[in-house]
Design a protein around this ligand. Structure first.
Ligand code: ARG
Ligand code: ZN
Length: 478
């Protein structure tokens, strides 16, 4: 049962006539307030995010019981309105007990797949600071939207990590990369169990059988890059040569994959320092990785501390996946997609970083890998039907976004030469640091830096549903 349903009926009950007579009593300025949009305007996912406000900070104070997969607590959001608001939405799935806006109890209702509609007692004026406190509880793994869950129970806890949707299962948010914010995540778990999240572990405290972990992620962070894992972990700490503190967490129950996972993820500092030579200084003040005991297949570039699945290490060490997720810290996390159609500015570059790493390790150059990918996919392979520059929500994580996406970068490199290419790789994260960008922004930037017109190249490699006739390898024809 959804708690909001009753409230919703109560709001609607007075009917149009009563609402009309009520309006007469409201000052003219308040009558012009309107509801915030239920989506932020992403054509791939119209209901994701919301309109009318911008969140600057999430303060989450939670308690999680692994035995029952119960999460409860309070989220305090600091936001600023971007229009006069009679009402606004958050995206959320758990059961809400109370909402306060600027201290006053607000009415709330649920709608759609994941909307929480909040009606403050007093309408909100454009350009004002608002504090929203949501008290909630629930069993995250029992909640589905669109038929799936992004909260995965493990034998000793649970983990929330997915793209593009993960937040709905553990905190109310404006769930779209366009609205980045800083985070304090404080989670109480039974003694002997750990809570892992983004950023820096500020402190822990124990009381009456429960341990609280206080995490802080102090640079703007997209909602899908916020993560929470609870379980029994071994924690390692260290510092990169460049001075960034590293904290890694490994489930105590990784079985045969434990050695390979550690042999890979313990190289996080080395990899981040290597990437910094290409991309500029590492943008955050914390670093690491974590591996919960989950059967999930993917890894995710959760900010400062990527999520890895044990399955990535089933064949032995896999530093390449560490390179991929850490490359995203610049390409995806520091500069985030403006819309989900822009996924190439994340995945094409994270894949290309893996090719550069292969070259670094003497396992094949980026050009050799590009030639191989190009040659091994015949023209009638459905791979070439996917347009990495606008793949559609169904193909957002299609292998073509990654491999054809990286082929595009090899084609660009061959077209403009190494000096301009690597200047672009390093300049881009700074140009849009802590913000958002589109594929078109990248083309424009590449044209500025190289001084070349690149419309045909980008159109051929990113936007045509067919195999480009010229190989990415200009070198191959020499
Ligand atoms: N950005 C992630 C990565 O490249 C991909 C996540 C894919 N998500 C999914 N549900 N399959 O590592
Ligand atoms: Zn990726």
């Amino acid at each position: 049962p959804r708690l909001g349903a009753f409230v919703h009926r109560r709001i609607m009950a007075p009917g149009a006539l009563a609402a009309a007579s009520l309006m007469l009593a409201i000052p003219a300025s308040a009558a012009s307030h309107s509801p915030g949009a239920p989506g932020i305007g992403d054509p791939y996912y119209p209901a994701y995010g919301n309109g009318g406000y911008d969140v600057s900070h999430y303060d989450l104070r939670l308690k999680y019981q692994p035995a029952t997969d119960t999460l409860e607590g309070t989220a305090a959001l600091l936001a600023r309105t971007t229009q006069d608001l009679s009402r606004f939405n958050l995206d959320f799935l758990l059961d809400v007990g109370e909402v306060r806006v600027n201290g006053a109890k607000a009415s709330f209702a649920t709608s759609g797949e994941h909307e929480l509609e909040i009606t403050p007692k007093t309408p909100l004026a454009k350009g004002t600071d608002v504090t929203v406190v949501v008290r909630y509880s629930g069993v995250p793994s029992s909640k589905q939207a669109y038929g799936f869950t992004s909260w995965h129970r493990t034998p000793d806890g649970g983990v929330g990590a997915n793209e593009p949707e993960a937040a709905w299962w553990w905190f109310p948010s404006n769930d779209h990369p366009l609205d980045k914010a800083t985070y304090d995540v404080s989670v109480q778990v039974p003694d002997g169990t750990q809570a892992i999240s983004n950023g820096t572990l500020q402190s822990t405290s124990s009381r009456a059988g429960w341990t609280r972990f206080n995490w802080r992620s102090n640079k703007p962070q997209a909602t899908y890059l916020a993560t929470l894992a609870v379980g029994k972990f071994d924690i390692t700490t260290g510092t990169t040569e460049s001075g960034i503190p590293v904290l890694n967490a490994y489930s105590k129950d990784l079985g045969d994959n434990a050695g390979a996972a550690r042999a890979s993820i313990e190289r996080t500092g080395e990899v981040a320092d290597w990437l910094a030579e290409y991309y500029g200084p590492y943008p955050y003040n914390a670093l690491g990785g974590y591996v919960p005991n989950t059967t999930t297949g993917y890894a995710l570039e959760t900010q400062t501390r990527p999520f890895y699945s044990p399955r990535q290490f089933a064949n032995g060490s896999n530093v390449s996946v560490v390179v991929h997720e850490l490359a995203h810290q610049w390409y995806g996390d520091l500069v985030s997609v403006a819309g989900w159609k822009d996924i190439w500015i994340n995945e094409g570059f994270a894949r290309y970083a893996q090719w550069l790493w292969s070259e670094h390790e003497g396992e094949g150059t980026a050009q050799e890998i590009a030639d191989h990918v190009y040659a091994s996919r015949p023209a009638d392979d459905p791979f070439w039907a996917v347009k990495p520059g606008d793949p559609g929500p169904e193909n957002q994580f299609h292998i073509a976004v990654y491999d054809r996406g990286a082929l595009t970068l090899q084609a660009l490199r061959n077209e403009i030469g190494d000096d301009a290419f690597f200047a672009i790789l390093k300049g881009w994260p700074q140009k849009f640091a802590h913000g958002n960008a589109t594929v078109a922004d990248f083309q424009k930037y590449a044209e500025e830096v190289s001084g070349q017109s690149l419309g045909t190249l980008f159109d051929t490699w990113l936007f045509q549903p067919s195999k480009p006739t010229a190989p990415a390898a200009r070198a191959a024809s020499i």
